[in-house]
Design a protein around this ligand. Sequence first.
Ligand SMILES: NC(=O)c1ccc[n+]([C@@H]2O[C@H](COP(=O)([O-])OP(=O)(O)OC[C@H]3O[C@@H](n4cnc5c(N)ncnc54)[C@H](OP(=O)(O)O)[C@@H]3O)[C@@H](O)[C@H]2O)c1
Length: 252
Amino acid sequence: MSEMRVERAAIVVGANGAIGNAMLERFERDTSLDKVFAISRTARRSSAAVSASNSKVIWLESDASENSIGKVCKHIKQHGCALTHIVIATGKLHDEAKSVAPEKRIDSLAYDSLAEVFSINTFLPMLWLSKFAGLLNRNQKTVISVLSARVGSIADNQLGGWYTYRGSKAALNMMLKTLAIEFQRRYPLVKLIAFHPGTTNSKLSEPFQANVPPEKLFTPEFVAQQLWTLMNSAPVDGQLSYQDWQHQDIAW
Ligand SMILES: NC(=O)c1ccc[n+]([C@@H]2O[C@H](COP(=O)([O-])OP(=O)(O)OC[C@H]3O[C@@H](n4cnc5c(N)ncnc54)[C@H](OP(=O)(O)O)[C@@H]3O)[C@@H](O)[C@H]2O)c1
């Protein structure tokens, strides 16, 4: 009797964001993958690059509540796939109503905006990871990348400002580091990466692009390619890597 081959799958959280969507499309073209679970708060926006008929994408909506995170993970588990790549691409820097905006001075700090940004940039990725832990397999290599940012580096902070966003990404990095230590024992074949994409053309960066030279403003597709090659070449060393789009280490 021939043995059933276990399907290989990737997960993208925040699949309707610029970088999340570009990662999703990159995984769709990855012939080593059978399925891609795409998670977003909303339905998939149309994409010319993808033919719906033979898509390997399974689209799952989640309102980012703990309850829906649990439901989505249950659904993914039922597929019984080997998870090889996981990308969490959610994040917030500002909103259109300007109720959240990066602060220039300490005077601008406000509780609601602190709570909102920490909740999306720090709590949400960690809640997803707390449930993804139950989907992992000790004998399966899984590379997990979470979108962080260079401004979350304490060592690199020369300019100041952006209190809440910086703090939320630094806190994210610390929690990912703690997870890497736990996974050394529980899932020794998991590799964790905190990734800085560089300034990438998206809604998140739009108001801050004016002083960025054109060659330093990346397309989401370029960044997705860089992250995909990083994930495929990263050593399984039980450590959290904090790296940028050039695959260079960032000081903590
Ligand atoms: N663009 C840059 O220059 C840059 C630079 C450094 C770091 N980053 C980081 O890269 C990541 C992706 O950003 P992007 O540039 O692709 O921005 P984007 O296009 O604005 O995407 C934002 C992402 O965050 C999710 N999101 C936003 N508000 C949310 C909420 N209230 N609850 C749950 N999810 C929410 C969206 O998920 P849905 O699919 O549910 O809409 C989407 O995936 C972020 O973590 C960002 O901090 C970006």
